[in-house]
Design a protein around this ligand. Structure first.
Ligand code: HEM
Length: 301
């Protein structure tokens, strides 16, 4: 056989020794990005179970905004031949699951308590741009998220459940539960096969791989942002400061805004507690307590 003729190798169409199937091109073409994403500090810490509930909640918020945008654009393009074969709302869509998780963590008024972070907003803007102006690239965003969720996401589910001591009923981690997919491995095979049925020229396939790498970069930017917030939470705790009561959106606390360099105020609650930790202040407080106790004893006599 002449090497420049396309041939099939283990079900993958090859030209010479270069794959031409979109699924293979994506897997090969995003390998380095995948390695980098797996090695971001946030993901490494998460894998080791080093994740606080506050940070996990913010990660869930970021996912909510991301999937809301992604699924809105997928709905818009469900009949577009460049995306239609990959439209699996019942099996894949995560927005409803994420709403359940947010209700669990933030309560019924979750919507008022969350906001889209800067890095997430950039990702969201790109997804909308693609869905509305370059729908042939939408597959790259769907591939990057859903194939990841069906792979490494399943490891993260178990880690989160253990680290955050979440109930075995899977509340708070609905995002990771694909109730309409009985076999993730088989579903990924079907998804790959569907990607390969898209009628795309070489140039478009290259643009899709490029877009998938871009999607990975957006994810890494979100992870880095979360890592920064996580560090400021840890710093606050290292100083012995209690971090409120775990309710509400931490980013709305001016203390954290200050830590992140966004505002010039400091949280009065945290400030008071910090002051009470000073040795001199503690000595004065102890003296006051002693005087008061003495006065009370004298009064009772
Ligand atoms: C927690 C760290 C991660 C682990 C342990 C992990 C693990 C894996 C594994 C084992 C596979 C291969 C699955 C298979 O071939 O059936 C895979 C595939 C994949 N992962 Fe990850 N992953 C992680 C993070 C990520 C992240 C952060 C993303 C993107 C945001 C991502 C996106 C993907 C994609 C798109 C695939 C499909 C590759 C393909 O078959 O074409 N992963 N992951």
């Amino acid at each position: 056989m002449l090497l420049h003729e396309p041939f099939s190798f283990y079900g993958v169409t090859m030209k010479g020794n270069h794959p031409t199937d979109l699924s293979e091109l994506l897997k090969e073409g995003t390998k380095e990005s995948h390695d980098r994403a797996e090695n971001t500090q946030f993901v490494k810490d998460f894998l080791k179970g080093r994740i606080k509930e506050e940070l996990f909640k913010l990660a869930t918020v970021a996912l909510y905004f991301t999937y809301s945008a992604l699924e809105e654009e997928m709905d818009r393009n469900k009949d577009n031949p460049t995306f239609a074969p990959l439209y699996f709302p019942l099996e894949l869509h995560r927005k409803e699951a994420l709403i359940k998780d947010l209700q669990y963590f933030y309560g019924e008024d979750w919507k008022e308590k969350i906001e889209c972070s800067e890095a997430t907003q950039q990702y969201v803007d790109r997804i909308h741009h693609v869905g509305q102006n370059e729908p042939e690239l939408l597959v790259a965003h769907a591939y990057t998220r859903y194939m990841g969720d069906l792979s490494g996401g399943q490891v993260l589910k178990k880690v989160a459940q253990r680290a955050l001591k979440l109930p075995s009923t899977e509340e708070g981690i609905q995002f990771y539960v694909f109730g309409n997919i009985s076999n993730a491995q088989q579903f990924k095979q079907l998804y790959r096969a569907r990607m390969n049925t898209l009628d795309l020229d070489k140039n478009t396939k290259e643009r899709i791989v490029e877009e998938a790498n871009r999607a990975f970069r957006f994810n890494m930017q979100v992870f880095d942002e979360l890592d920064k917030i996580g560090k400021s939470l840890a710093e606050a705790q290292d100083g012995g400061l209690p971090v409120h009561d775990g309710k509400g959106d931490l980013r709305k606390c001016p203390y954290y805004a200050d830590k992140l360099g966004n505002a010039g105020h400091s949280c009065p609650y945290q400030g008071t507690v910090a002051l009470a930790k000073q040795p001199l202040v503690q000595l004065m407080l102890a003296a006051c307590v002693a005087v008061l106790a003495g006065a009370a004893a004298w009064y009772m006599m």
